[in-house]
Design a protein around this ligand. Structure first.
Ligand code: SAM
Length: 212
């Protein structure tokens, strides 16, 4: 699937390594994920650049550095097993998560994006992913609890319904804020959530409700 693009994917991995991504499993997943399959034909020549790109509907495929860092953060705090992703978008982060964790559940509110992402994941034979169209603010109660939750759009406030779907010892990584956004990590310890501010970021907003 990568053939013509393997050199570009390897160069991207070396750049992420220089920028501080250390986990070899995560870097391998980036090296093996054909990012050109997650963007429109006209953007394929930019698909291994370390930038977010438009995917239609006013949404973006996330910057590879952010995808790698968010995945690495969950792994570094010991998350293993079942992951919930809120905001499937193109499905690129989903594909990376599927190569790092046992099972991935992913929710997208815009149906056309969700369908495209589903097709791409099938083409890549990533069968440990379950996807649905819906409002991720509410999480996926019937599949909870999750070892890790990753939210790929910025929430104005902390979504308590998502925190409630974490298992003990689990963690959620999420951008919080409107204009000024902070990538934030929550780790569940018993009945408590330990909050860590990680870095300033810029994401599209997490919007309540779904679009058919
Ligand atoms: N990580 C994705 C990728 O690499 O393609 C990019 C995700 S994009 C930055 C954020 C996505 O979150 C958008 O596709 C948007 O429609 C979705 N989104 C926003 N609010 C949502 C919600 N309440 N539930 C589910 N998805 C939501």
């Amino acid at each position: 699937m990568l053939s013509n693009y393997q050199g570009s994917a390897n160069a991207l991995v070396e750049l992420l390594r220089k920028q501080g991504v250390e986990d070899e499993v995560v870097l391998n997943a980036i090296a093996n994920t054909p990012r050109h399959m997650f963007v429109d034909e006209v953007l394929k020549h930019k698909s291994y650049e370390n930038t977010a790109l438009p995917i239609g509907q006013g949404q973006t495929i996330s910057q590879p550095f952010i995808v790698a860092k968010m995945t690495e953060v969950l792994k570094q705090v010991g998350v293993k097993g079942r992951i919930l992703e809120v905001g499937t978008g193109s499905g690129y982060q989903t594909a990376v998560l599927a190569q790092v964790f046992e099972q991935v559940f992913s929710i997208e509110r815009i149906k056309s994006l969700q369908w495209q992402a589903r097709r791409r994941l099938h083409l890549l034979d990533l069968y440990n992913v379950t996807m649905k169209h819906g409002d991720g603010w509410k999480g996926w109660a019937s599949k909870a609890p999750f070892a890790g939750i990753i939210v790929t759009a910025a929430a104005q406030s902390v979504p308590d319904e998502l925190l409630a779907q974490l298992e003990d010892g689990g963690a959620m990584v999420i951008p919080i804020g409107v204009e000024a956004q902070t990538l934030t990590l929550f780790v569940k310890e018993g009945e408590q959530f330990i909050r860590h501010a990680l870095a300033p970021v810029r994401f599209v907003p997490l919007v309540a409700g779904e679009v058919g």
